[in-house]
Design a protein around this ligand. Sequence first.
Ligand code: ADP
Ligand code: MG
Length: 316
Amino acid sequence: MVGLLVALGGNALQRAGGDGSWRESRQQMARVAPVLAEVARQVAPLVITHGNGPQVGVLLRENELAAAEVPARPLDVLGAETQGQIGFLVQTELTRALRRARVARSVLTVVSRTEVRPDDPAFRRPTKPVGRFYTEGEARLLRKEHGWVLVHDVARGGWRRLVPSPRPVRWLEGHAVRELLRAGLGRRWIPIVAGGGGIPVVRRRDGGYDGVEAVIDKDLAAALVARELGLSELAIVTDVRGAAVNFGRSGERWLGEVGREPLARWLAQGEFAEGSMGPKIEAGLEFLRRGGRRFVVTDIPSLPRALRGEAGTRVT
Ligand code: ADP
Ligand code: MG
């Protein structure tokens, strides 16, 4: 069992505080791609996955603004759109970086569906905020018109739509990528898969699958993908150099090499925030529990050193 899955965070793809333009996304990816190309020189199989939070937010807003003329599309379709958009971006810039670095590998984006259970408790209790903030009046209308669940965010003074975040149970395109790797093609191809955690789908009685209005946590999906492909390493790349205890407080300590037990204890104690660092650590521990060999959390500049055991938070 060898190989690496790199999970790129939404923030590694798009810098906070930018103008959100395509040009800027390309510039950001042009900074990320040479690092990935360096990793690609040394590691095979190499598989990439990515988040899509900011990109889905933009599509939701476009839906809203265009509603009078163009019918809005459901969340699963928006998820598929972001896989195409981000896959294209990574594919374009990484291909360029690979050529420059004279690494003879090609990049391939796989539109990916992730199966979730229709009886997942998440469907009865939506928790994941998506889209913009609404006024109280808007919130009332949206609840009535679409049956959305909205909550009041006291700190930021607005209402936000919540959608279910069910647990990923199976990556439907996994078998295809597994065949590719088994055929020894992992040295040649770098697949980009399960973007945004994959398009959430549920199995129907007739054996088919339908998309559902939900979002899947990309970190938990990354652990699933790494496991389904039998990869030995999982690297979650975000906008901080690792995980810390006492994060943002006095006594803050960045973790380097760390054991599974202390990490699980800190997770249970709430050291890693829900919805950000929490799911990464949970995903890493789950990956290791199910046979993964090494888990790393770090940022893009530190990734090569983290893979050599010299930076980032590392768990074996
Ligand atoms: P991504 O888009 O990469 O998934 P997230 O924003 O979801 O990024 O998660 C990364 C963020 O987690 C960091 O920017 C940091 O603010 C936050 N975070 C919360 N708890 C911790 C912690 N204990 N150590 C490090 N970062 C933490
Ligand atoms: Mg995140």
